[in-house]
Write a new protein. Structure first.
Length: 92
């Protein structure tokens, strides 16, 4: 794979950048019919992956919102969210 990416640096803003770059590639006038077809297939794949990333972010948001609204006692139902680190104390 060319252009190895550090997954820790991927953010939703990065996804937005990728989508706009793909849109620019699709808008290029100098492509042959074959190149347009290849870019269209690539764009479909990017959209499919993007939709999954957005659904995942939505689930994460809803989980955080649920815990914020109903208390951290719900963390027992979400073991993957538990942390060994102590919670930050309110320092106001």
């Amino acid at each position: 794979m060319t252009g190895e990416t550090n997954l820790k640096n991927n953010k939703l803003n990065s996804l937005n950048d990728h989508l706009f770059l793909q849109l620019e590639r699709l808008s290029e006038d100098c492509m042959t019919e074959e190149q347009i077809e290849a870019e269209a297939k690539r764009a479909e794949a990017i959209v499919d992956v993007s939709e999954q990333i957005i659904r995942n972010a939505d689930v994460q948001f809803k989980t955080v919102k649920l815990i914020a609204e109903h208390g951290d006692h719900l963390l027992n139902h979400f073991p993957s969210l538990k942390s060994d680190k102590p919670a930050l104390e309110d320092q106001s």
